[in-house]
Design a protein around this ligand. Structure first.
Ligand SMILES: C[S@@+](CC[C@H](N)C(=O)[O-])C[C@H]1O[C@@H](n2cnc3c(N)ncnc32)[C@H](O)[C@@H]1O
Length: 276
């Protein structure tokens, strides 16, 4: 199937003529309002309604980040903001993927109701997505689910953003891959599983996200260098890099202190060892 994405202006005209509601998933970068692309800024200024899921413990800070982005890039407040209550997620569930799917389906149902009642035909809605919508984010799948259900007629578009991975590499001033090498991107949970089975020698460069346990502490003595970053792109950014055996205790302590101070933490890291 060949999909051609129309330039923003033409697509806007067509949606209005066809009277189709559209929802944009706009990647807004991972922490700094200066990280929005020109496409993202143009998209923000076409939006009638921003749909916002409330966000647990990091909510107040993420709300603030969103406000800062809109204030700076979509001045004039020609839009409305509609809050969509976030369903509770079962974090204790043994079947992780099934629990996430249930949670996403419930989010889709709630967003669908909000779109139906708050967005007029031909209107443009948007969801601001932290970092890039293609990376560990459920927004695209939620929009697909709504479209598949067919209760509201909807078109959707994805505007890419600068992800935390790109920030991590840029702020540490390192490339993600070694020459012609591969990079594994993984949540901490899956890295832990991989380590239990034994890490393949060919895996030399690993980006770890969503890691509440700091699984890297299990990699002492294996020749890894670590590039760690918390709250990347924000005023609170903290970076630590070095041989893992030398700096990992510092990372554990720093992470604990930051988390206690702020009440939540977002961190990622790159693990690297020489290719054999
Ligand atoms: C649900 S994922 C979202 C990723 C996001 N879509 C992106 O493009 O970066 C959340 C994880 O991304 C990473 N992350 C997101 N923003 C970050 C930031 N500003 N600093 C460090 N890590 C971040 C953390 O590993 C966090 O657990």
């Amino acid at each position: 199937m060949v999909i051609k994405q129309l330039p923003g202006v033409w697509w806007g005209v067509l949606c209005t003529v066809w009277d189709v509601r559209t929802v944009l998933a706009i990647g807004v970068g991972a922490g700094d309002p200066e990280l929005l692309t020109v496409q993202a800024v143009e998209a923000l200024n076409r939006v009638d309604v921003f749909f916002v899921f409330d966000k647990g413990e990091s909510g107040a800070d993420l709300d603030e980040a969103r406000r800062a982005i809109l204030l700076r890039h979509a001045p004039g407040e020609k839009y409305r903001v509609v809050e969509v209550p976030d369903p509770r997620r079962d974090r204790q569930a043994s079947a992780y993927t099934a629990a996430v799917t249930d949670w996403r389906d419930e989010r889709a149902a709630r967003l669908e109701r909000a779109i139906e009642t708050e967005l007029t035909d031909g209107g443009v809605g948007a969801i601001l997505v932290w970092g890039d919508p293609a990376l560990y984010d459920g927004t695209i799948r939620i929009l697909d689910t709504i479209i598949e259900r067919g209760v509201v007629e909807l078109d959707h578009r994805v505007i890419p953003g600068i992800s935390s991975i790109q920030l991590l590499a840029a702020h540490h001033r390192v490339p993600l891959n070694q020459v012609a090498g591969s990079v594994v991107v993984t949540p901490g949970r899956l890295l832990a599983r991989q380590l239990a089975r034994g890490l393949d020698d060919t895996v030399t460069d690993i980006v770890v996200m969503l890691d509440a346990e700091l699984v890297c502490t299990r990699l002492r003595g294996q020749g890894f260098t670590i590039y760690w970053g918390a709250y990347l792109g924000s005023d609170d950014e903290v970076l630590i890099a070095g041989e893992l055996d030398q700096v990992v205790d510092d990372i554990v302590r720093t992470r604990r202190e930051l988390r206690e101070r702020k009440g939540w933490i977002m961190d990622s890291y790159l693990l690297r060892r020489a290719r054999t």
